[in-house]
Design a protein around this ligand. Sequence first.
Ligand code: ACO
Length: 338
Amino acid sequence: MKENEKFVGIIGLGTCVPDTVVTNKDLEKRVDTSDEWIVERTGIKERRIAEPGIATSDLATAAARKALADAGVSADEIDLIIVATATPDMFFPSVACLVQDNLKASKAAAFDLGAGCSGFVYGVVTGTQFIKSGLYKKVLVIGAETLSRILDWTDRNTCVLFGDGAGAVVLGEVADGCGVLGAHLGAEGAGGDLLKLPGGGSRNPSSPETIEGRMHYVHMNGNEVFKFATKIMGEAALEALKNANLTAADVDVLVPHQANIRIIQSAAKRLKMPMDKVIVNVDKYGNTSAASIPIALEEAVRTGRVKKDHVVVLVGFGAGLTWAACVIKWCKEDNTIA
Ligand code: ACO
């Protein structure tokens, strides 16, 4: 431990998922697929889809309010809001600024962070640095998505995989030896073409042609993303553990990005970790991108799977390509989430 080192951890959590459940059976009516195929190849049984009129900032704000209540922190104590998202309400203002206004967190700086599904862990690691440096005391990190708005609902290769939701955490100073102990962030821009939304940006501004070419939807090479994910999840977790001077044997709970049960199983295998230490809720929510890890973490804390003094590893991968892992010593006393 370095002299005057600050330890930074999660002091509050909250989530918000839309009420509307879309099952695999529902999707059988839209595209040529089957419940059996989706469950066997992905582990997904159902997902939540935001009702018309609900945008990413609405889910983000609701999750943030719960996280603040859980932390016992008021909005005006927040110094910085980071929202990890690939599905902002609009190009600008950022979702973080919309949330800042909704919460009346008037003294908070605010920005969005784009790292695909790795975004929430990127956000936790970024927010931690601001507190460690002494610049800020309390940081709100939110992963929030409405992927349903950028899916091609006629493309069975992608539309069955994703869902909407948000998860938020409040970061603050914690007891010595607790909180974020190590991290590893990475990117491989050369793989960017494997998962992208090509239309509507400065490369291909929105036009009748981009609409006709369905360029405003998610385009994905599922097989290649799958291969990348199975390789990187375990490696990223091991790098973060090395950075924390720990090994996989020290881990009590793994909270992986919820994209596909087979990817999660391969990460667990790489870490030689039994599945009973691994949090899985992809069956209920599908892949909620940047929201998946905080949603899974909140569930794990609320249900007592994560307990005081546990070593918890968060690990994700996503568009970019990106990956991110962090190791947290869980020292939050009260596991009851407001
Ligand atoms: N229902 C039925 N058949 C389907 C479906 C579907 N929903 N989707 C694809 N198929 C078909 C394909 O067309 C293909 O048929 P063909 O052989 O006649 O061409 C067949 O199933 C096999 O397709 P594969 O792509 O080989 O299936 P695979 O076992 O690889 O599973 C999947 C596909 C689930 C997409 C897998 O590759 C995967 O999970 N990839 C990773 C995706 C991912 O995690 N993306 C998110 C990244 S994170 C982020 O930033 C958002």
